[in-house]
Structure formats: structure tokens, C-alpha cells
Ligand binder design. Sequence first.
Ligand SMILES: Cc1cc2nc3c(=O)[nH]c(=O)nc-3n(C[C@H](O)[C@H](O)[C@H](O)COP(=O)(O)OP(=O)(O)OC[C@H]3O[C@@H](n4cnc5c(N)ncnc54)[C@H](O)[C@@H]3O)c2cc1C
Length: 386
Amino acid sequence: MAIGFRIDTDDEKAFRAEVREWLDANLPDDLRGLSTRPPFDRSQVWFHMLAERGWIAPHWPKTHGGMDATINQQIILREELANVGAPEISSQGLNHIGPILMEFGTDAQKQQHLPHILAGTVNWCQGYSEPNSGSDLASLRTRADRDGDTLVVNGQKIWTTWAHHSDWIFALVRTDQDAPRKQAGISFLLIDLTTPGIVIRPIKTIAGDDEFAEVFFENVSVPMSNLIGNINDGWRIANSLLAHERLNTASPTHVINALDRVKKVATASGLMDDAGFRDRLAQAELDAVGLAALYSHAVGITASGRPLGPDSSIMKIYSTEILQRTVDLLFEAAGSEAASSGRIDTDDGSVDVATLLLQVRRATIYGGSSEIQRNILAKRVLGLPS
Ligand SMILES: Cc1cc2nc3c(=O)[nH]c(=O)nc-3n(C[C@H](O)[C@H](O)[C@H](O)COP(=O)(O)OP(=O)(O)OC[C@H]3O[C@@H](n4cnc5c(N)ncnc54)[C@H](O)[C@@H]3O)c2cc1C
């Protein structure tokens, strides 16, 4: 289904055709149209195939081995990956710590880490959230105390996506217990997960996948050279990363995928013949077009080097709430079959409805919940008192 806001130029049409043809020929069948992430090893196979094709890092500059793709090429790639139902890959390195290293890292840090991120030989996870420090992230308590040339880390992270499949973690740690503002005592630290004193315990989600883990640190010794930026300047760096994260979450690809499933299932169940349902489907499609327009505008802003600011909160709210509404429509389309935990057969393959319904509940939580995004907008855009 073509949901988009831009009209491809001739070169872009050729690029789209090239991507489509390659995906059709190369994406393994067992990795198409999944509701949850594939098992890590399978996901890595797909990562390496995209890396070999040179399409793993469209947004990275050529100097660091990326594609230096135009905004439209980036969007085309995302759309075509969504259209063919390509699976999620490990993206914390490519989308989060990679760009942070390029912006704030030393030359030695860039040389050590960027090539491995690009090749998918070292996987990263994000250690921000802690028990009791999620929305109020600045209250985090994992501490790192100076001991000569090292920092000694003690504490716990939670909801760490794919920590149990990762080699390194980028973590926020408290390095000044007495800072006048809690934000001012936080540093941004890279930690090798094989360092003694680290224990990782996976957590299974309600959708049945092994998305998260808890990560415990007991007297973990980390070289000072693994600090990103200056000591106690981690909050600024963390926030720049959150804007990247919210923008990535807001990609319309998940909604495009969900709409495709709604149509297949509604055709199979006969609900497509219902005029009221078709009205709601048309509204969902219009929402998706609106989201595609907003997303392409936001990608353009970041590509020109300007900060997204509170726009990233608007994108996060809009995209995740549209996604949940679209999946609610999928649930409606499935009728009495909806609660089945199995897949629903359609003329165009089988569709897993129940897992997706559970899976998308998380979208309004990660990367900062919808309530927190609304608080940001109330304060920074509307100027309301806190
Ligand atoms: C799928 C998924 C993947 C994740 N991956 C990672 C990861 O890789 N690394 C990582 O560090 N974290 C990760 N997280 C954690 C995520 O960042 C937190 O769950 C999120 O920030 C919310 O924090 P919390 O869970 O502690 O909820 P809480 O902060 O306890 O919030 C509970 C509820 O209260 C509401 N609330 C809280 N404060 C306010 C307020 N001031 N005003 C109004 N409402 C409020 C929230 O909106 C929410 O509904 C992930 C979460 C999910 C769901």
C-alpha cells in the first residue's frame, strides 16, 4: 500500500524499485510479517544481509561507513522495509549510541566502536531506566565513584531492551551525589558487559517475547576513558539521544504494516463489506498519511542539523496513539477470532492479531510515556505552570 507524502523523482523511483526488487529476492520467508522481534540470532542474519548490501546505516555519513542517503532515500528504504514486513533489528547501536559517538565521542571512542556497530559485530543496549526512575529519569541512583583512572559502578537498570543479547551498554550513572540539581550529577558511560560484577536477568513480556532484561552492577570497574563528554555532563547528552529515539519511534512504518493487516483480516472476516467499518478504515488511512507528512517534515529538520525540540514529543504521541488505534481496528476486523492466540488465515497469508494487540501497548510507554510528552508540551510550548 502506498502511504506517503512525497512524490518520488525519477532517481528515487529507480532507487525504490532497486530496494523492492532486492527485498523481494532476499528477505527470508520466516522473517516476514512478524508481530514480535525474531529470535536474536535470526535478526542478526538480517542485520548482516543489510550491512553487506550497504543499506544498514542510511543516515550515517560516508566518512563513518554509512550511506549518506538523502531524506527521501531514507524514507523510501523505511517504507519498502515496512511494505515487505521486514523484522526489527538491533538498533540501539545504529540509531542511538552511534550518532551520539559521532557528536560527542573522542576520536579513539569513534574508532573503537563505530566500525563494530556498523558491521553488527558488537551489540549495544540502553541503560537509562531504573526501578523508581523511569519518567523521573533524573532521579536515577546507579552510582559511579572515582577510583584513580576508573569509575566503580554500583546499582541496577531495568527494562533494558535486549541487554541479554548485547555486548556493551551505554548507561547514565550518578557521579556527583551532592550536585545542587539532580540533573547536574549525572554522567554518560560506556560499559563492556563482560566486565566482572555484572549480572543480566531477562524478563519475558506479556506478548511472549524476550524484549527486556534487568542489569545489576556490583563494584564494576570502568575506565574513565569510557566517559562520553565531561563528567557530570551526561544529562545534556542523554536528552539529545532521547530526541533521536522519539523520532525513530515515530516512523510511520509500524502503522503502514498494521493497516495492511487490517485490510487482509477485514477482507477475510467479511467486515470490509460494512460501510461503518470502511469509514473507520478511511480515517485510519488519513491519519497514516498525516503521520507520514509529519515524519518527513521532522526528518528534514534533523537532517538540516536543527534540533527537533518539543516537535519530537508531538511525533511520539501522534505516532504511537495512531498505531494503537489502528491495531484496535485490526482487533475489530478479526471479530470473534480476535482473542485467539493463533494466526488468522487470509487470502494473503496468515495474520497474528492477538500478539500485535499486546505488543503495541508498550508504544505509549517507551522513549517517555504519552503523559510525560504532554507535560513537556504543556510546559515548553504552552508555557503552563508545572
Ligand atoms: C518496550 C519498552 C522498551 C524499553 N526499553 C528500554 C531500554 O532499552 N532502556 C531503558 O533505559 N529503558 C527502557 N524502557 C523503559 C521506559 O523508558 C520506561 O518504561 C518509561 O520511561 C516509563 O517509566 P516507568 O516504566 O518507570 O513508569 P513510571 O515512570 O513509573 O510511570 C508510570 C505511569 O505514571 C505516569 N506518570 C509518571 N510521572 C508522571 C507525571 N509527572 N505526570 C503524569 N503522569 C506521570 C506515566 O505516564 C505512566 O503511565 C523501555 C520500556 C518499554 C515499554
